[in-house]
Design a protein around this ligand. Structure first.
Ligand code: GAL
Ligand code: CA
Length: 340
C-alpha cells in the first residue's frame, strides 16, 4: 500500500513538472510585443481620421512593462496600388498584425496574399471586404458597424422631426420633398443607408417626393458643390436633406450659407457619424440630427482583437459590429463629453 502511494506521488510530481514546462514553452511562443501596421484608405476623411486617433489611444492602454505596443500608420490617399505597396513595406518592417482600411473593398487579393505568405493576420476595418474574400484565410477579421441600422436610425430621426414640426412641409402639399447626398458608390455604407432611411419614412406613412440624389464621396467640399447644383435646379423646394455622413450634410449647409438663404427657407438636414464637427452642428441646431458611428467602440474592439491574436487566444468571431446610436440636440452633450 505504502509502495503504491510513493508511485502515485512520483507520477503526480512528474506530471506537474511536464505541465509547468509546457506552460513555459507556450509563454516563450507568445510575443510580448505588438507591432501594428495600419493603412487607411484616405486620412483626410474626417471620420477615419478620428477613428485612427482613437485607435492609437486604445492601443496604448494595453502597453505595460511586459507588453510593448508599437504602431506605424500609412495613408493610401485613395490608391489601392499604394496601399498594396504599403502592406508589403509594413510586413518588411516587422509588423505582426495589419489593420487595413481598404481603398477598394472589392480588391483585397494582393493584400490577403501578402499577409498569408508572411503569416501576418489582418484586421480589416470600416470598409468591409466581401464574404468570399473574408473566407480566403482563417486569420482575416473585420471590425465595423451595421449599415442598415444607421439608415433605419436616420429615418427614425427624420420621422420624429417631421411629426413634431408641421412646418418642415413648407409648401403644405402633404409630401416631403427631399434630396440625398450619397457616399462612394460601392461602399457598404452608401446605398444601404439611403435605402433604409427612405424606407423607414415611407413605412411610417410619410409621403415622400425625391427631387435629387448626388454622389459626394463622403466629402464636405464635394457635397457643397453638388448641393449648389441641386439648389440651382430646385430652389426653395427642398424640405429635407438626407446625407450618408455628417461631412456631406455640413457641405449641404455650407451651400445654403454661401447662397445667403434665410433660415426660414432652409430644409432640415440629417447626417451620420457624430464626428466632432457633426456633433457641434447638432448642438448649434444646424444639423437636426445624426447617428453616432461608435469610433471609440470600434477602436477598442480592434485593439482588443489585436492583443488577443498576438496572445494566441481562441477567437470565435471573425466579424465584430458595433451598434449605432441616435443623436439630437437633446442628448448631444452625452456624446460631446464621451471621452472626457
Ligand atoms: C463610413 C463613414 C463615412 C466615411 C466612410 C469611409 O462609415 O460614415 O464618413 O468615413 O466610412 O469608409
Ligand atoms: Ca412639401
Amino acid at each position: 500500500m505504502k509502495f503504491k502511494n510513493i508511485w502515485t506521488s512520483v507520477i503526480i510530481f512528474y506530471t506537474i513538472i511536464i505541465l509547468l514546462c509546457a506552460c513555459g514553452k507556450q509563454q516563450q511562443d507568445t510575443p510580448d510585443k505588438l507591432y501594428l501596421g495600419i493603412t487607411c484608405y484616405n486620412q483626410s476623411d474626417t471620420f477615419i481620421n478620428q477613428l485612427v486617433t482613437c485607435l492609437k489611444d486604445k492601443l496604448s492602454q494595453f502597453e505595460n512593462d511586459n507588453f510593448e505596443v508599437t504602431m506605424t500608420i500609412r495613408d493610401a490617399a485613395g490608391s489601392q496600388r499604394t496601399q498594396d505597396d504599403q502592406v508589403q513595406e509594413l510586413i518588411n518592417a516587422g509588423c505582426n498584425i495589419l489593420c487595413v482600411n481598404l481603398v477598394d473593398r472589392a480588391d483585397p487579393s494582393e493584400i490577403i496574399n501578402l499577409a498569408k505568405e508572411n503569416n501576418v493576420p489582418i484586421i480589416f476595418f470600416n470598409r468591409e471586404p466581401v464574404a468570399e474574400d473574408m473566407m480566403r484565410w482563417e486569420m482575416l477579421y473585420y471590425v465595423g458597424a451595421d449599415a442598415k441600422q444607421s439608415g433605419i436610425m436616420q429615418g427614425e430621426l427624420a420621422l420624429s422631426a417631421i411629426q413634431a414640426n408641421k412646418n418642415i412641409d413648407r409648401n403644405k402639399d402633404g409630401k416631403i420633398q427631399y434630396a440625398v447626398l450619397e457616399g462612394e458608390p460601392g461602399h457598404q455604407d452608401a446605398i444601404i443607408r439611403t435605402e433604409n432611411a427612405v424606407d423607414t419614412l415611407k413605412n411610417n406613412g410619410i409621403e415622400l417626393e425625391k427631387l435629387c440624389c448626388g454622389i459626394a464621396n463622403w466629402n464636405r467640399a464635394q457635397a457643397q458643390n453638388r448641393m449648389m447644383h441641386i439648389i440651382s435646379q430646385h430652389q426653395n423646394n427642398i424640405e429635407l436633406v438626407l446625407a450618408n455622413n455628417d461631412d456631406m450634410a455640413l457641405g449641404a449647409i455650407d451651400a445654403y450659407k454661401k447662397l445667403n438663404y434665410t433660415e426660414s427657407a432652409l430644409p432640415v438636414f440629417f447626417g451620420i457619424d457624430g464626428t466632432d464637427v457633426g456633433l457641434n452642428a447638432v448642438k448649434d441646431l444646424e444639423l437636426a440630427g445624426t447617428v453616432y458611428n461608435d469610433k471609440e467602440g470600434q477602436a477598442a474592439a480592434i485593439a482588443k482583437l489585436a492583443v488577443e491574436i498576438i496572445s494566441k487566444k481562441e477567437i470565435t468571431n471573425k466579424y465584430t459590429y458595433l451598434p449605432y446610436s441616435k443623436v439630437t440636440s437633446d442628448n448631444v452633450n452625452d456624446f460631446l463629453n464621451k471621452d472626457k
